[in-house]
Design a protein around this ligand. Structure first.
Ligand SMILES: [Zn+2]
Ligand SMILES: [Zn+2]
Length: 425
C-alpha cells in the first residue's frame, strides 16, 4: 500500500516544544495531515517511554497504534473514520558534541527501533556512559557519533541510524560550523551501516544530487516537528506493506517501487538557505558571497553562510541527471500558508483555521489535497482561487524570497495585488 511516513519529530519531553506533542494529538494531526506512520521521537526519554507504553499498543511488526481509549474526537468530523488511523514507529534524535581530528563536532542523529526492548537497551547504554537522558527529549551527549552508532547496533542489529538534517550549519554531519566534509570521516568503518541521510528543511533532493559522494544514500525527508501541526511538512512516500522491516528495507534499498520519494517544503523557506546578515538586511547568494570574499558589504564582517553555499562547496556535479537513483520529490507549501496568502491574514488566525477545517473536511487529508486531488475537484468544491494556487504550487510556479541568517524565507503563489480584483470564494 501507498502511505506517507514522517519519522523524525519531537515529543513534549523535548525542550521548547508544544505541550500537545502527545500520542493523542500526534494521532489526531496525523489523520488530518495524511501521515500514516509517525515517528514517536524522543525514545531515549524514560518519561516519554512510560507514556507511550501506556497509550500505544503493538500493531504490525515494529509498529504501534494508539489505544482506543485514548483516541480524541477530531475537530474535523471526517477524520473520525477508521480509514485514517495512524501508526507509531519508535524513533529518537540524539545530539553528540565531541572532539575529533582536532575540531569540536556537533552532530544530530536519528535512530529508529522496532521495539521497547531495544529502546530500553539503548537508554541503559546511555546511562552507563553517564549520559543525562531525563532532562531533554533530545539528549546531548559527549559521545562520538560513531560510538553512538556502535552502541545502537549493540542494542539491536535491526536499528536504523540516520544522520539528521545533514546540512544544518551548527548541528549536523556535514554542517559548515561543526561537521565533517564527508560521511566517512564521521563514521569510518561503520559507514556501511548508514544507508540513508536526512536532507533537512533547508534542502531538497536535487540540492543533494549535486554531491556524488551522497549517491549511495537514500535521501529522506522528515518534519523535525516541534508541534503536532507541523507534522508532515517534510515526509516520505512509501509503497510497501505496513511494518517496521518493510519501511526500513524500502529506505535501505531506495527502490523506486518501494520508496516513492519525498515531500518537502520549498528549501528556500528555511532560515539558513542563502548567506547574509539579517541585522544588516544583506542577503547574498553563494556566488555573491564568493565575490565579496565572504564579507558583508555593509558591516564588513563575515556573513552567516547558509546551506546552499555549503552544498556548492562540497559539490562535484553540475549535471544532476548523472545521479542514477533520483526519486520523485514534491515541493509543497503548507495548506494554511496558502489559505493565509489568499485571505491575507496570518496562518494562525481564526479565519484561516476555519477555512482550513472546512476544506480538509470536505476534500480529504492535507497531503492528498496538496499532492494528488484533481485540480478540477478542488475547483468545484473549494473555489477556483485555491485550485489555481495548488496548481501553481504543483508546477513550482511560485514566487520565492530566500531565507538567510536565521530569517525564514517566504513562498507565495500570487503576485502582489494579483488577487485584489478577484472575488474570494
Ligand atoms: Zn536536530
Ligand atoms: Zn553585516
Amino acid at each position: 500500500m501507498k502511505f506517507i511516513g514522517d519519522l523524525h519529530i519531537h515529543s513534549h519531553f523535548s525542550l521548547a516544544t508544544s505541550k500537545q506533542l502527545t500520542p493523542e494529538y500526534l494521532d489526531m494531526w496525523g489523520k488530518i495531515k495524511g501521515i500514516k506512520v509517525i515517528g514517536t521521537g524522543d525514545f531515549t526519554h524514560p518519561g516519554w517511554i512510560k507514556e507511550l507504553k501506556e497509550k500505544i499498543e503493538p500493531a504490525e511488526q515494529g509498529l504501534y497504534k494508539l489505544k482506543k481509549d485514548y483516541i480524541v474526537d477530531s475537530p474535523i468530523p471526517r477524520f473520525n473514520s477508521m480509514e485514517y488511523d495512524t501508526r507509531f514507529l519508535l524513533s529518537a534524535e540524539i545530539s553528540s558534541i565531541y572532539k575529533k581530528n582536532g575540531k569540536v563536532r556537533k552532530i544530530h542523529s536519528v535512530v529508529l527501533a522496532q521495539d521497547f526492548e531495544t529502546v530500553e537497551k539503548i537508554q541503559q547504554s546511555l546511562i552507563n556512559i553517564g549520559g543525562n537522558i531525563t532532562s531533554d527529549g533530545r539528549p546531548i551527549l559527549g559521545l562520538d557519533a560513531k560510538k553512538l552508532l556502535e552502541m545502537c547496533l549493540e542494542a539491536s542489529e535491526n536499528i536504523f541510524f540516520i544522520p539528521a538534517h545533514i546540512w544544518t550549519p551548527w548541528f549536523s554531519v556535514l554542517g559548515s560550523k561543526s561537521g565533517f566534509d564527508t560521511i566517512e570521516e564521521c563514521f569510518e568503518d561503520l559507514t556501511p551501516h548508514i544507508s540513508a541521510i536526512e536532507t533537512g528543511l533547508s534542502t531538497n533532493a536535487p540540492m543533494n544530487w549535486m554531491c556524488s559522494f551522497l549517491d549511495d544514500f537514500t535521501l529522506l525527508s522528515n518534519s523535525d516537528a516541534h508541534s503536532p501541526e507541523k507534522l508532515g511538512r517534510n515526509a516520505n512516500i512509501f509503497n510497501t506493506d505496513l511494518s517496521y522491516n518493510n519501511i526500513c528495507n524500502a529506505i535501505k534499498s531506495g527502490s523506486p517501487d518501494k520508496f516513492l520519494g519525498t515531500i518537502d517544503m520549498y528549501p528556500q523557506e528555511g532560515k539558513y538557505y542563502y548567506d547574509g546578515h539579517r541585522k544588516c538586511g544583506v542577503l547574498l547568494n553563494p556566488m555573491e558571497t564568493l565575490h565579496n570574499n565572504g564579507l558583508c558589504p555593509k558591516c564588513n564582517r563575515n556573513v552567516t553562510v547558509g546551506v546552499m553555499n555549503r552544498i556548492v562547496q562540497l559539490s562535484d556535479r553540475e549535471d544532476l541527471s548523472n545521479r542514477k537513483n533520483r526519486l520523485p520529490y514534491h515541493s509543497i507549501i503548507p495548506l494554511k500558508e496558502i489559505i493565509s496568502e489568499i485571505v491575507d491574514v496570518g496562518p494562525n488566525s481564526k479565519t484561516v483555521t476555519r477555512q482550513y477545517n472546512d476544506i480538509v473536511n470536505s476534500l480529504g487529508t492535507e497531503s492528498e489535497i496538496l499532492l494528488n486531488l484533481p485540480i478540477e475537484e478542488i475547483n468545484n468544491r473549494a473555489g477556483e482561487i485555491l485550485a489555481e494556487a495548488i496548481q501553481r504550487m504543483r508546477e513550482q510556479k511560485v514566487i520565492i524570497s530566500e531565507g538567510f541568517d536565521g530569517q525564514f524565507g517566504t513562498i507565495k503563489v500570487f503576485q502582489n495585488g494579483e488577487l485584489k480584483n478577484r472575488k474570494l470564494s
